[in-house]
Structures are given as structure tokens and as C-alpha cells.
Design a protein around this ligand. Sequence first.
Ligand code: SAM
Length: 289
Amino acid sequence: MAQTNSSDSYPLPRDTSETDRLNEQHKCLVGAFGFRIHPSIPVAEEKHEFRVADVACGSGIWLTELATKYPQAQCDGFDISAQQFPTSSDLTRDCGDRVRFHAQDATAEGGYGKDFEGQFDLVAVRLLHISIAGAQWTRAVQNAVALLKPGGYLQWIDWDPHRAHLVQSRPLVEHAAIDKLLGFFKKFLGALDTRATARLPEEMRTAGLADVRSELWALDADLGWREYFLKTITTVLPDVIAKRAGQAPGGAGDGMDWVGIKAAAQEEGKQEGLWVRTEMWCHVGRKSL
Ligand SMILES: C[S@@+](CC[C@H](N)C(=O)[O-])C[C@H]1O[C@@H](n2cnc3c(N)ncnc32)[C@H](O)[C@@H]1O
């Protein structure tokens, strides 16, 4: 399949460090949720073959782990950019021909095409919030639902970063630099429609899913996630914001001492009793028979 254009709106770096970050994030997410497939989805319980699609799969780590765990799974990963897909030699060695990756825009008007539509027992989407806006959400849900067989499941894990905020469990904790970083992060996301993640159940029902279940998880209850996320905020985010500010001289963040803010944020992050509240939705729905 031809590779479509990459998403210019994606605000995190696109290189091997981003692949490493996604893989580490995946481990922390699985640790915090405690599952790859929500326990209400029975597709993997029986031994017979099932087909899984991972939409906006990034490095494909969720999908390749699933293929390793379930030898009866046939897996297809889709992402707008092939940049982070595993190499075909790695894939063949680890999973034979059971895992394939395709460059594909989740919001494309024509969907995924006849070869894929109606083929999957499970379609999973994780963390697409930052990349799509407005009517693209509706299209992404419709396209994902079109991939499902009757009776198949859509699992969509996502969040609204505007809801992230610092909390503390001790008095007199310093957090001015981390507050500043979170504030700029939200400012950069301002034009995007990240709040739509809470509207997904409605979109899922309209697109033909039944038994839609929505769970809002406090991921920061998990200490591994708490530590990972604070590290991301204090180490990755300052560089991303500084780069953005440099690309838009005179705009938000231009002229700020980002090196100093990063150093201060890292010091603040070492304190006991300070973390970022992160809530993430897990929405699950089933296509009617
Ligand atoms: C935050 S990453 C999440 C990757 C993966 N789902 C995970 O949880 O590790 C977001 C991914 O969405 C992809 N993406 C952005 N816009 C997209 C679109 N319109 N269609 C398909 N993928 C898209 C990006 O290329 C990136 O790999």
C-alpha cells in the first residue's frame, strides 16, 4: 500500500528516540491498565484464529506483543507513517507472516478498502487524540467500525491532555517550572480537538456499535506510570516546546529560557509527593450481528 503523507500536526519528535519513547510508554500503559485487550472482549479466549487491526499503531509494539502472546492471531497494523514500523526481517523472525504493517490514514475518505473491510474480530486504537480534529474523529471511528466483522469489537484507549494537572501529597512542594511546561503543552494543543475522546462513545454508537462501555482510568494510581509520565514532562516536553518556539519566532514560548526551565523542572520532579494526574478513557463497543 502506498504511504500517505505524514501528519504535520504531530507534536512529538519522529525518530528512533520517539520509537523508544512509544515502546516505553506502551510498557507503562500495559502495566497501569493491566491488560492489552480489555477483559470484556472475548476474542482471544478461544483457541481458534482471530484477526486484529491496530490503527495508528506507531512502532506496532502493542500488535507484535499480541502476536507473540496469541499464536492464533493474524495481525495488521496501520499508521499514517511507516517510519516506526518494525523491519520485515524482525517481523518474519518473531511472527512469521502473521503480522503485516500498512501506511494508511485512519481518516481517509475511502476508508481502508475492500481487502480489509469486515475482516477483523478486534480493532484497537490507542492515543490518536493529538493527531486528529473535528470531523476526522467521526471518520476515524466510522473507518475503524467498517474494518470489523459483525460481532467484532472496537477498543479505543485515549485521553484529553487538557485534563492533566499537577497534584501533591505533601506541603510546600515546588512546581512552578513543571506548571509552566504543562501550560505550554496545553497551549500548543489548544487548536486540536483532544476533548473529543470523551465524545467517542456517542460516535461509536452512531457508527453502529452496541454495548458501548466507557471506563475512565486514573493511570497515575499506578506508580510506574506516575514516574514515566513525570519523566516525560520534565525531559521530553521542554525540548519539544523549545523546538516549536524556535520554529515560530515571536509566538508562544519564544524568548523563554527552556534550558533553565528544563533543569528546574527536573529538580522539581525529584521531590517526593508530586505527580501529574492523568486520566485515560478505555472505550469498548461491539458491532451488531
Ligand atoms: C502517540 S502515537 C501512538 C502509537 C500507538 N498507538 C501506541 O499507543 O503506541 C500516535 C500515532 O498516530 C499516528 N497517526 C497520526 N495521525 C494519523 C492518522 N490520520 N492516521 C493514522 N495514524 C495516524 C502517528 O503517526 C503515531 O504513530
